[in-house]
Design a protein around this ligand. Sequence first.
Ligand code: ADP
Length: 482
Amino acid sequence: MQLKDATLFRQQAYIDGTWQDADSGQTIKVNNPATGEILGTVPKMGAAETRRAIEAADKALPAWRALTAKERATKLRKWFELMMANQDDLGRLMTLEQGKPLAEAKGEIAYAASFIEWFAEEGKRVYGDTIPGHQADKRIIVIKQPIGVTAAITPWNFPAAMITRKAGPALAAGCTMVLKPASQTPYSALALAELAERAGIPKGVFSVVTGSAGDIGTELTSNPIVRKLTFTGSTEIGRQLMQECAKDIKKVSLELGGNAPFIVFDDADLDAAVDGALISKYRNNGQTCVCANRLYVQDGVYDAFVEKLKVAVAKLKIGNGLEDGTTTGPLIDDKAVKKVEEHIADAVGKGAKVVFGGKPHALGGSFFEPTILIDVPGTAAVAKEETFGPLAPLFRFKDEAEVVAMANDTEFGLASYFYARDLSRVFRVAEALEYGMVGINTGLISTEVAPFGGVKASGLGREGSKYGIEDYLEIKYLCLSI
Ligand code: ADP
């Protein structure tokens, strides 16, 4: 593993401030998607261990929420600093279990840490309100209080950042949290727990339970102590979890699938659009919920855009993320490879042409060639579903109204992107796109200072920014008669 600090590699779960094995003694294996090598194991826990973590979170809650925001912020700040001090090791651990290039993994650690830093500060600004009374003897005061015990379920594509953008606001607000990380990438989560402990986050405030998604998930959604669930993952699982949470009317925040359109208008700066497409489409090998999924290019610049994109994609270097110069790692697993292959075969069967890549990479395993398809018809599966892989399907369009209609013709509404220079068009299109986020002349929109989230089947709630902490607060109004 070759970490500078070997104790960051934890193979036990972290519950109530102690490192624990599963009651059954069972484990699950974690592999390196670049080599297939087994990195180690983590406990295969289920409902009983999850219940103990929830009860510990409940026990820890009164003291944690009673601290001042500044006292909580001091500990969170320490957690942030420890993440940054261990950025190399955390990045390496992430590359080993997730496959993304080391530079990208270290970048994610800084991004992940930024949520802890941001919300440590934001916790101090949970302001209430005073409202002029409705009767002469009435005084109305609004206060905001932590929701209580929260649960988080996170995916493998951002093994650290998807955790901190939930744990940061939750802990800053005075909530406690039980986290179930993705089974493909538990080591990043456990390393964060190790650093939380070193930062002085009290026991029970932040627990990490590894193991069976179904068993842990069911306990998290059915245990009445849990007052809120926050989930990032597929729409299918999000829908199921929301249904499970309906029983207790638990609050839910859901960051689900996307189907991002990336539109290039005739008046765009084409080189900038190509740069944006490259980063939006191929970052993390296409495995982000904000990755461009459908590229719409206007007639007048279509051919020129295709040529420029081919040149740019040819420069990508596919390989093991630990090797110098690698820009693109493997896909997470064979299932992911199959999905990309299915989308290519479907589009080609309906008339699309492969102009770059198109098949598994010579490196084998779950490596796949970055791929460009042109003349993709609107009937292709990729027009409706997220590929989550390095496939750029290019659709042609004639005018603004047509492309806005095509872009909005999906159940999803997370990220969208477009390139244009006409100012009136910029505002018209930005307002017409039914998405939670719009990148205008940029392919990279994620930052801790802005509200990340979707509309329609892409989810509920926002993460990051001053809005992100609201998801962990309840509003209480005091009506005082004098
Ligand atoms: P992805 O396809 O990105 O892996 P999933 O929605 O399947 O998306 O997984 C995201 C997270 O949800 C992971 O941590 C996974 O373990 C968890 N998960 C999957 N199925 C369930 C379930 N039935 N209940 C609770 N969590 C689940």
